[in-house]
Design a protein. Sequence first.
Length: 399
Amino acid sequence: MSIVVQKYGGSSVSSIEKIKNIAKNAIKRVNEGNKLVIVVSAMGDTTDDLLSMAKQISDNPDKRELDSLLSTGEIVSSSLLSMAIKSFGYDSISFNSFQIQLKTEGVHGKSLIDDLNEKIIIDNLNKNKVVVIAGFQGVNNKGDITTLGRGGSDTTAVALSVKLKGECEIYTDVDGIYSVDPRNYKSAKKIDKIDYEEILELASLGAQVMHSRSVELAQKYGTKIYVGQSLGEMNGTYIMEVKDMNLESKPVTGIATSDDDVALSIKNISNNQNIISSIFSEIGENNINVDMISQTTPIDNKINVSFTVPEGDLVECEQILLKHVKREDIIIDKSICKFSVVGIGMKSTSGVAAKVFKIFNENNIVIKMVTTSEIRITCAINKEDKIKAINLIAKEFNL
Ligand code: ADP
Ligand code: ASP
Ligand code: MG
């Protein structure tokens, strides 16, 4: 009998009616002969609402207490779903992270999953119960509740699929993965199969549809993920190793954008690698993810360094910089949007960057920073140019 791990995101469990429908669907799957584990996110905007309450207490709420608070959202939805399944006459049990010993390491708010005890889940599946798990949360070695970072329930689901050797189905409010966020570009095309590498880049660069760490985990263990619309037809997207790329496949598979980063520039630093390496080491030690980095050529032995960090880490990052440089030498730019084009086809096709730069130039889109990898180009542009840039590039590459 096959084990299926399903995950329902916040919008899919945003009302009691929707939870009841998921319960009915679960029963259908059980009747078809599956053993079912369901991971749920918090209902609707619950996590945002909890966060906003914490922010009314303090700008920088205590991280341990914040994690305890945020984890409650998933406990509510998991209990309600289990209750709903039982109300329809089928057996079910819900578990939080303590109960399945989902151990995490790392810092509060972006903890990594270390391990979990699948035995209790298997025992309950063998008793013909639908097992419902509160996503997004874990317990660290001090016994404190931690969370995995926004969107982290996807990673809970993949971790469970790996441990239970089950199939993984992620249900959300879109019917699959598109070349561009369909909220930003109505003509975006749905992708039937996408390679781990490509969706990993897209997700890390802002395509919110998947938590990037869930893809990393799936790639590591070769877990195939289905992404589709909750309670919709099974015509979504498979995330897997795609070997049979068409010979003439497009150089660009998709676009991702992120409005959640800020650019920090430090002016007039003496070209002394000690200062720069101390700054970046300290930022790294504080688990702040630096993304784009650029440095000017030394003039009179002075350089300017710019880099981007997630907006949520700005306050902490600024405090670190102030230990090394003067306030007047720090420039903070909150107006940037990270705009990325991604495609495995770029490995074998040259000229993609040139085309992007030409189009931006012809349409007065200012590029503030650029980084590239073998399969992506990322430009920091102004937020106000985002939709224009998406339209132009999507048309150019037929996305
Ligand atoms: P959930 O609450 O189910 O986890 P999310 O809001 O985290 O859902 O992710 C789904 C959203 O991701 C969609 O509503 C869509 O706007 C957005 N999204 C961003 N990029 C893409 C993409 N390339 N394909 C599909 N959806 C995308
Ligand atoms: N509820 C959490 C969030 O909103 C986790 C998740 O949805 O995956 O980020
Ligand atoms: Mg999500």
